[in-house]
Design a protein around this ligand. Sequence first.
Ligand code: ATP
Ligand code: MG
Ligand code: FE
Length: 333
Amino acid sequence: VYVLGIETSCDETAAAVVKNGREVLSNVVASQMESHRRFGGVVPEIASRHHVEQITLVIEEAMQQAGVSFASLDAVAVTAGPGLVGALLVGVNAAKALAFAHGLPLIGVHHIAGHIYANQLVAEMKFPLLALVVSGGHTELVFMKEHGNFAVIGETRDDAAGEAYDKVARALGLPYPGGPHIDRLAHEGEPVIDLPRAWLEEGSYDFSFSGLKSAVLNALHNAKQRGEEIDPRQMAASFQASVVDVLVTKTVQAAKEYRVRQVLLAGGVAANRGLRAALQDKMKELPDVELVIPPLSLCTDNAAMIAVAGTVLYQQGKRADLALNANPSLPLV
Ligand code: ATP
Ligand code: MG
Ligand code: FE
């Protein structure tokens, strides 16, 4: 089964061809990061325009690198949501045009299902499983008892983890997106600044990062007023320690309670070195549970993950029709 995946939900124009949901034949990502950097975040209008410019080239490149023709594809899978509506529309319309022109089945994919399914390129999924999804717009613990069955057992009540990283990075004067910069600085510093950890109610798998973010901003502000300097490496290390501590503790707790066979890490923040190391370490408490962590290139937005999730839907007989529309707030469940 050969599936072409297309992803344009945010600021990367991406296309990929995946064989049998396991083998990446091509994975092309055109990032617009440079265009958004001077604005300190993604500007939706600019994102849409870049997607329009890039989409045909990126798809052609993915097909060429994979060495397959449209005639030998089995389906076209595309991110239908959530994301920026104008950005999503570019991918959805490209996918519809290709499906129509080549008589191929069209599959609509949820972006977060894609992030989760990136793990299937590393190891076969074993159910029941738990996925920790940490990205620019999402922070959730997703329980899956079988393919395509998603139950959100915990989610952020305010900021997403990636959002908190990017806001704290901005306060530290680091360029957008700040996550990787905080990660780098955190490794050069020590977590000596006392910052809060939002555990919430006993037994809750929800998250909250806005209090932590405010604590960082206040500490920086107060230090400045007193004419003192806070070492950004220490602040980055302390912030990261707080985020990682809560994420890892709740994930392992949930893995125990739900008696899962596998724990998956997903989303852009899964690229975080501190998080990867801490989760690996804490999972030693559950020697019978397999931990799967995707390589960095499959953590941040890409189309291979959309092709993989699309392959599963294709094999389940799920099809979209040409009425498929972009849905900026598409629900996972
Ligand atoms: P969503 O997937 O929720 O729709 P998105 O697609 O914009 O949001 P991703 O591309 O999955 O988000 O992830 C981007 C986020 O990951 C950014 O917030 C970025 O700062 C963060 N990120 C990337 N690398 C790292 C890292 N090494 N450490 C921490 N955060 C990181
Ligand atoms: Mg992005
Ligand atoms: Fe994403």
